[in-house]
Write a protein that binds this ligand. Structure first.
Ligand SMILES: C[S@@+](CC[C@H](N)C(=O)[O-])C[C@H]1O[C@@H](n2cnc3c(N)ncnc32)[C@H](O)[C@@H]1O
Length: 184
């Protein structure tokens, strides 16, 4: 199965970014616990909708934009051209990431797209890549209740402690659950 998006999918995502950049993606970026010097991972960055806002918040830190799709990662490079604190990583699944290398990892509308059999490997790779005290944040559509329950179970099995959660109404996408976890 191809991981690459169609032109239509890319066009619609760009449109959503233009129309709803601030209320959807910037609002999510503003809630991330960043202090300006963090090492941050955007897992499944797509065209860089959230990364565009996060990169501005890391004057002394670094953002890694990770994708399984070459086409999305190239689109992300274009969205974030000019930023010197960002790198781009094309990865197979599960991603190969250095242990304890990130202060914050976030997944924005990504985990519900990953098959149940793959999720366990992906989540343990993300948990391993966080530093002790590091934070994992994900936001996923609420209509994927079964997938969300599985994600929560797997995250907790990887010794991440729930810290916060909220339901947000995302324009064009409906209600979504946003959860924050801390690594012990
Ligand atoms: C719905 S899009 C969301 C993109 C972006 N986070 C946003 O909110 O605009 C899901 C993205 O996750 C990526 N993705 C899916 N499975 C992945 C995996 N196993 N590893 C890395 N990226 C993945 C897809 O290629 C796609 O770009």
């Amino acid at each position: 199965m191809s991981n690459e998006p169609t032109r239509l999918e890319m066009f619609l995502t760009r449109l959503a970014f233009l129309l709803c950049g601030k209320p959807v993606y910037q609002a999510f970026a503003d809630r991330l616990p960043l202090d300006g010097g963090d090492q941050v991972l955007d897992f499944g960055c797509g065209m860089g909708t959230v990364a565009y806002y996060v990169a501005k918040k890391l004057p002394h830190g670094h953002l890694t934009c990770l994708e399984i799709s070459d086409r999305w990662l190239n689109a992300c490079r274009k969205t974030l051209r000019g930023y010197r604190n960002v790198s781009f990583l094309l990865c197979e699944s599960p991603p190969l990431l250095a242990s304890e290398s990130f202060d914050v990892a976030y997944c924005h509308f990504v985990l519900h797209d990953i098959s149940e059999s793959e999720l366990a490997r992906v989540i343990s790779a993300l948990a391993r890549a966080l530093k002790p005290g590091g934070v994992l944040v994900f936001r996923e559509p609420l209509n994927e209740a079964g997938k969300i329950s599985l994600v929560k179970r797997l995250v907790e099995q990887n010794r991440l402690i729930p810290k916060d959660s909220r339901v947000t109404d995302v324009p064009l996408m409906g209600n979504a659950l946003e959860c924050v976890y801390i690594k012990e």
